[in-house]
Design a protein around this ligand. Structure first.
Ligand code: ADP
Ligand code: ADP
Length: 234
């Protein structure tokens, strides 16, 4: 089953009396265990689309299914539980808690689960090791570089073993070399842990590395490149 299915989705922002159509006629399936990138210029609707896939927002028209669930049929409380259980998030500004160490940031989402303390510790240490930050466990974000902060955020996003991880412009605040290393790490983790990864980027180099590249412009999908194949969606 594809982890994400969108059918005839539209999203319209209401600003005073003006309706801003942010997404129109979106039909999209995100394939399981794939590294998928959403590409498009600023203002094209990438964040809006990721917010729908991440169950942070709801569509005004159409259906969004995540892990088989119609998100419009869920109450807000159930939706936030669903997010915590099934999804992981990575942000362009890292969104780490500044007063907590790298260890504590990665541990944080696990405190909301029923995982026993010993297992939790093991899990946090394994995640920090996987992102190459074992020696930085006790550092706070302010003591880490941008790339290291994003590594902490990746470890945190994957700590709860989500099926689907979403990242909005995860390299936007990193220099290109660090950004490339972060993309490579996300790719490795996506493969090693067999999760589905969806992220946005306007870096053409990143598009080439993805399994699926979804191109969006003015709130519409213009085409999708699957490996070497291109499929027009009209
Ligand atoms: P991105 O870095 O993806 O281009 P933006 O800078 O467009 O993001 O948007 C940052 C945040 O501001 C997002 O949460 C988005 O929903 C919100 N936002 C974007 N455009 C507007 C707008 N015209 N009015 C209000 N909020 C907006
Ligand atoms: P991107 O992430 O590709 O930059 P966004 O999804 O942030 O694009 O924005 C798509 C469109 O929706 C833009 O025209 C933006 O100004 C508008 N928009 C985004 N968020 C809001 C909001 N909260 N209120 C009003 N308009 C918004």
């Amino acid at each position: 089953m594809n982890p994400v299915v969108l059918k005839n989705v539209a999203k319209i922002y209401q600003m005073d009396t003006v309706a801003v159509p942010a997404l129109s006629d979106i039909n999209l399936e995100i394939r399981a265990n794939c590294f998928s990138v959403i590409s498009g210029p600023s203002g094209s609707g990438k964040t809006t689309l990721l917010n729908l896939i991440g169950c942070i927002d709801r569509p005004d028209q159409g259906k969004v299914y995540v892990a088989g669930q119609d998100i419009n049929s869920m109450e807000d409380d159930d939706l936030s539980d669903f997010r915590a259980q099934h999804l992981g998030f990575i942000f362009q500004n890292f969104n780490l808690l500044q007063v907590l160490s790298a260890y504590e940031n990665v541990e944080y989402p696990l405190l909301l689960t029923k995982m026993p303390a010993a297992e939790r510790k093991q899990r946090v240490l394994a995640m920090l090791d996987a992102v190459g930050l074992s020696d930085r466990a006790q550092n706070r974000p302010g003591q880490l570089s941008g790339g290291q902060r994003q590594r902490v955020a990746i470890a945190r996003a994957l700590a709860t073993s989500p099926k689907l991880v979403l990242a909005d412009e995860p390299t936007a605040n990193l220099d290109s070399q660090t950004g490339a290393a972060i993309i490579a790490l996300m790719r490795k983790m996506q493969r090693d842990l067999a999760v589905s990864f969806v992220f946005s980027s306007h870096d053409p180099q990143v598009q080439a590395e993805a399994d699926d590249a979804i191109f969006i412009r003015d709130g519409r999908i213009t085409h999708i490149e699957q490996g070497n194949q291109t499929s027009a969606t009209g």
